[in-house]
Write a protein that binds this ligand. Structure first.
Ligand code: ADP
Ligand code: MG
Length: 217
């Protein structure tokens, strides 16, 4: 039964650590994508930010609740990443953490609510809508799929598979779009034909979440 899935601090730590591993592995790829339509720093930004998050996690007490862990991770991203992605993902994680609150664990429905809060934070800060060729093009359909599956009774793990798939579709769909937010928008029509770097890192982050929840001990 899906409703019995609980997500705790250990799961959230595995998510953030898995994201850090992915950002390290994908750093050059993400930077190449950003070289085409930005300033070639997205991979280094995300790698630096998530490496700092892992350092921050090591400083935190083992009893830190999952919501507080995400708030701390978000604040770390804001303070260590200079590019647009730092404040955007930082706000996302802080908003998700605040939504989760101080409980020791939470269920799939609370996870969906947390990611809705994360998306809301990104949209409030960056004012991007789906179709603007940003991370919102991956995050928004993922959050929608997560909510639909969880409400339909799926486990958090299964719902996250659908969420990650929706993010991948959204990421691929950024290729033919013309950017209207962020640095890529300065290129106008020349931004067409390239995959958005932030939508791409979003897929890796959601994949890490999917794996962290599936691999619950
Ligand atoms: P910068 O653009 O400052 O160099 P990064 O290269 O780290 O920052 O991140 C670029 C990514 O940030 C883009 O690919 C896009 O997905 C995302 N992004 C940029 N501006 C916005 C925005 N206003 N709203 C949502 N996402 C944005
Ligand atoms: Mg950049």
């Amino acid at each position: 039964m899906g409703g019995l899935t609980r997500v705790d601090s250990a799961t959230m730590a595995r998510w953030l650590e898995g994201s850090a591993v992915a950002m390290r592995e994908q750093r050059d790829y993400l930077t190449q994508l950003d070289a085409a339509i930005g300033d070639a720093d997205h991979g280094t930004n995300m790698d630096r930010g998530f490496a700092s998050v892992v350092t921050k996690l090591e400083e935190l007490d083992d009893s830190t609740p999952p919501g507080k862990l995400l708030v701390a991770a978000g604040s770390t991203l804001v303070s260590t990443v200079g590019g647009a992605s730092g404040p955007l993902w930082g706000t996302a994680l802080r908003r998700a953490g605040r939504s989760i609150g101080d409980g020791e664990s939470f269920d799939g429905a609370a996870l969906a609510t947390a990611l809705e809060a994360a998306l809301d934070g990104v949209v409030k800060l960056g004012a991007a809508r789906p179709g603007d060729k940003t991370m919102v093009d991956a995050l928004e359909p993922a959050v929608r799929a997560l909510r639909e599956r969880v409400d339909g009774g799926a486990s958090a793990a299964d719902a996250l598979v659908a969420a990650r798939e929706a993010a991948e579709d959204g990421m691929h769909a950024t290729v033919p779009l013309q950017a209207s937010k962020g640095r890529a928008s300065y290129l106008g029509e020349r931004s067409i034909g390239h995959q958005d770097p932030g939508a791409t890192s979003t897929v890796f982050i959601l994949r890490a979440l999917e794996q962290a929840v599936r691999e619950r001990p």
